[in-house]
Write a protein that binds this ligand. Structure first.
Ligand code: HEM
Length: 171
C-alpha cells in the first residue's frame, strides 16, 4: 500500500470546480431571459454560407448579379458577426461560470479567427467585387464556411454539453 506523504491532503481538490462562481453559468446578456448571443449568431452563420453560394453561382454562370450578392453577403456576415461577437464577449466576461471554463475561451479564439477572415473576405472585394471572386474570393469564402462550422459546432457544445448560457429553470 502506498504511504501517505507528509502534508498530503486527504482528498485532492480542483481549484476551478471549487471556485465560488463555478455554478453561475446562466446568461446575463439577453432579452427577457433569451440570450442575445444565441439569437444573433444565426445571421453571420447563414450569411457566410450565402457568400460561398453566391461565389459558386458566379463561377458557374458568370452573372454580375452573383458577384454583387457575394460582396453583400460577405459584408453583412462580417458586420453581424461583430455584433454576435460583442454579445458573446459580454457573456464571457460578465458570467463567472462561463469566464472560468477553458472551452469558453477556445470558442472565443476560433470566433476571433472567423471574424478576421470574414473581414478579409469583405475588404478584399471592396477593391473590385467582380474581379475578386476568382480565384481568391471563392477560396476564402469556402474556407470561411469551414471555420464558421467549427465555430458554431464548438458554440453548440458550450450550450448542450457544458450547459453555458442556459437557464436553470424557474419552476
Ligand atoms: C467573438 C467572441 C465570442 C464569444 C466570447 C462567444 C461566446 C459564446 C458563449 C459564452 C456561448 C454559450 C452560450 C451563451 O452564453 O450565450 C456561445 C455559444 C455559441 N456561439 Fe459564440 N461567442 C463568440 C462569437 C461567436 C461567433 C462569431 C459565432 C458564429 C458566427 C458564434 C457561434 C455560437 C453558437 C452557434 C453558439 C451556440 C448557441 C446556441 O445554440 O444557443 N459565437 N458563444
Amino acid at each position: 500500500m502506498a504511504k501517505k506523504m507528509i502534508n498530503e491532503p486527504d482528498t485532492l481538490s480542483d481549484p476551478i470546480v471549487e471556485h465560488p462562481g463555478y455554478e453561475e453559468t446562466e446568461s446575463l446578456v439577453g432579452l427577457w431571459g433569451h440570450p442575445l448571443h444565441a439569437m444573433s449568431v444565426a445571421f453571420p452563420v447563414a450569411l457566410t454560407f450565402c457568400a460561398f453560394g453566391a461565389d459558386l453561382f458566379y463561377w458557374w454562370s458568370g452573372e454580375l448579379f452573383w458577384a454583387r450578392a457575394a460582396i453583400w453577403a460577405a459584408g453583412t456576415a462580417f458586420l453581424l458577426g461583430l455584433l454576435a461577437g460583442a454579445t458573446g464577449t459580454a457573456e464571457l466576461l460578465l458570467v463567472p461560470g462561463i469566464r472560468i471554463r477553458a472551452p469558453a475561451w477556445t470558442h472565443f479564439v476560433i470566433a476571433v479567427l472567423l471574424l478576421s477572415l470574414l473581414g478579409t473576405n469583405w475588404g478584399y472585394r471592396l477593391q473590385g467585387y467582380e474581379a475578386a471572386v476568382l480565384p481568391y474570393g471563392i477560396v476564402l469564402s469556402g474556407f470561411n464556411v469551414l471555420v464558421v462550422m467549427a465555430t458554431g459546432w464548438h458554440g453548440g457544445k458550450l450550450v448542450f454539453d457544458h450547459r453555458l448560457g442556459t437557464s436553470k429553470g424557474k419552476g
